[in-house]
Design a protein around this ligand. Structure first.
Ligand code: G6P
Length: 506
């Protein structure tokens, strides 16, 4: 399904129903042009609006999927107004029509105080729930003051949603772990409104979840939903098991629903994807060759093969593990010395948090360890670029790579894997993919690896480098068929169709 097909399918279904999306990230952000590019801005694509302010769009699957739906149906997207010029671009109540160059729906910006942002976003969402759900050996930090801000911000967003609904029929589509309490708050105030939630990160097993001091409140909040989506069935099972053993409720495993207070929450997998049309490369062979040449020159490479990694700099992504495996491969397979470089691109993220600062230091020391040991006058084993790269540049790197490596210790889905596939119209290139990603369940023609097993990982890396072109084509062809037939528009359509069906059933 493409954007136009999604708009047609969902626009028809939602004709008399108001659609309200709630996500922490806004689909359009206004910033001052004089601002340096760092942190969250690393994930953004810029477009100039005036000499003083520019508006940008997050390069996220979520925005790609929901923006066309909102354009087709109208409605409101409620989000944290986090841009430095967001207030200048919005009216007194925080409303701004978007897209800025072709207004068709409303963005309602919520202004958070520094204390709210610290407690709700950095604190409870990213220092407690993020490590709790990923189980990547980072200890969750449960802080009473953070929790209070999380409760407060969820209530503030609920008030905004209820105001937006007014006296109409509505479907509210809540995004992610920032808003676990929101569904219940909406449902209590407006039982007639359909609430659907997509949880973009894993759901842990019951034993891991038990350590959360506010676990019951979180489960209770989520059971305010009519529909709750995860990327994979395994996370749905974990969630139902957590509910079953954690709070008073009735779990119906036959229909995948949890009942509480006389009403059900249906729990289903909806694997997210990308818009493959954004990752198509040059069609002419001459242009492809020129692109490769440009990327090699940019990276200072001669004839070395390229192993490529690109991630948000997050401790769940297994970046030090990837570097250790590369070092081990150079140690055990010396013939690759001087003949392959690992290019690691990373965007700094959530830098306020100590766990992210520690990760940056760990990546830097792993890069140094490999380079100090193996570097020569004419060859750099690891090329590390922890700076902003535009999506077009990333696409060029995907196409220049011989191997793309995704080594997450745990990941809800991982869209880098799908972007790499969508970029390879030449059906060449090898994808190495951690078996602990949601994507691994769909992409079975990738070389699946365990990032915790350094020797195995190193062997798989050298196997990937030696894979014959015909075998690469066979695998990439199958991978591309999967990504082309399950786009982010299919994801959005199936979630919204399921929600609207629930709404009309009531
Ligand atoms: C994860 C979350 C998203 C989030 C993204 C970037 O993928 O599931 O909700 O948008 O990370 O993180 P940030 O904290 O910068 O929004």
């Amino acid at each position: 399904m493409n954007a136009a097909e999604l708009a047609a399918a969902v626009g028809d279904l939602l004709r008399d129903t108001r659609l309200i999306v709630v996500a922490n990230r806004e689909p359009y952000i206004h910033v001052r042009t004089s601002e340096p590019t760092r942190g969250i801005w690393n994930w953004l694509r810029g477009r100039r609006e005036s000499s003083a302010i520019e508006w940008t769009r997050p390069a996220s699957g979520l925005v790609t999927a929901l923006d066309p739906v909102m354009r087709a149906c109208g409605g409101t997207w409620i989000a944290h107004g986090s841009g430095s010029a967001d207030r200048d671009a919005a009216d007194a109540r925080g409303f701004v029509k978007v897209p800025p160059d072709q207004p068709s729906y409303t963005l309602r910006r919520m202004w958070l105080t520094p204390e709210e942002e610290q407690g709700y976003y950095y604190g409870f969402a990213n220092n407690a729930l993020w490590p709790l759900c990923h189980i990547a050996y980072a200890r969750p930090v449960f802080d009473e003051a953070d929790w209070r801000q999380y409760v407060r911000v969820n209530q503030r967003f609920a008030d905004a949603v209820i105001e937006e609904v007014g006296d109409r029929r509505a479907v509210v589509f809540v995004q992610d772990y920032h808003f676990a309490l929101l569904p219940r708050l909406i449902k209590q105030a407006r039982p007639d409104v359909t609430v659907c939630h997509f949880w973009h990160i894993p759901w842990p097993n019951r034993e891991a979840f038990r350590v959360c001091p506010w676990g019951a409140e979180i489960l209770h909040g989520l059971l305010g939903n009519d529909l709750l989506g995860f990327h994979v069935q395994y996370h749905c099972n974990n969630f139902l098991d957590t509910v079953d053993r954690g709070i008073e409720s009735r779990v119906d495993y036959e229909h995948f629903a949890a009942w509480r207070g006389g009403r059900p929450t249906f729990v289903k997998p909806f694997p997210i994807s990308i818009d493959p049309s954004l990752w198509q490369g040059p069609v002419r062979a001459g242009d492809q060759a020129a692109e490769r040449k440009h990327i090699r020159a940019l990276l200072g490479l001669k004839n070395e093969k390229i192993i490529f990694g690109v991630d948000r700099l997050d401790y769940t992504k297994g970046i030090p593990d990837r570097l250790h495996a590369f070092g081990r491969m150079l140690e055990t397979h010396p013939r690759w010395r001087g003949r392959v470089s690992l290019v690691q691109v990373g965007a700094p993220s959530r830098e306020h948090l100590a766990s992210y600062q520690a990760l940056l230091a760990a990546v830097e020391s792993a890069v140094d360890a490999v380079n100090n040991r193996f570097k020569t006058d004419t060859w750099t084993p690891v090329i590390y670029r922890p700076v902003h790269h535009r999506p077009e540049e990333i696409a060029q790197m995907y196409r220049a790579a011989d191997v793309c490596v995704v080594s997450s210790l745990h990941d809800g889905m991982n869209l880098v894997a799908k972007e790499f596939i969508a970029s390879r119209a030449d059906e060449q290139g090898v994808l190495m993919l951690s078996k602990f990603t949601g994507a691994a369940r769909e992409l079975d023609q990738a070389i699946q690896i365990n990032p915790f097993a350094v020797d195995e990982f190193a062997e798989a890396m050298q196997g990937a480098l030696e894979m014959a072109p015909a075998e690469q084509t066979r695998r990439m062809h199958a991978l591309r068929e999967r990504v082309a037939s399950h786009t982010v528009f299919d994801w959005a359509a199936s979630l919204l169709q399921a929600s609207v069906r629930l709404e009309s059933d009531r």
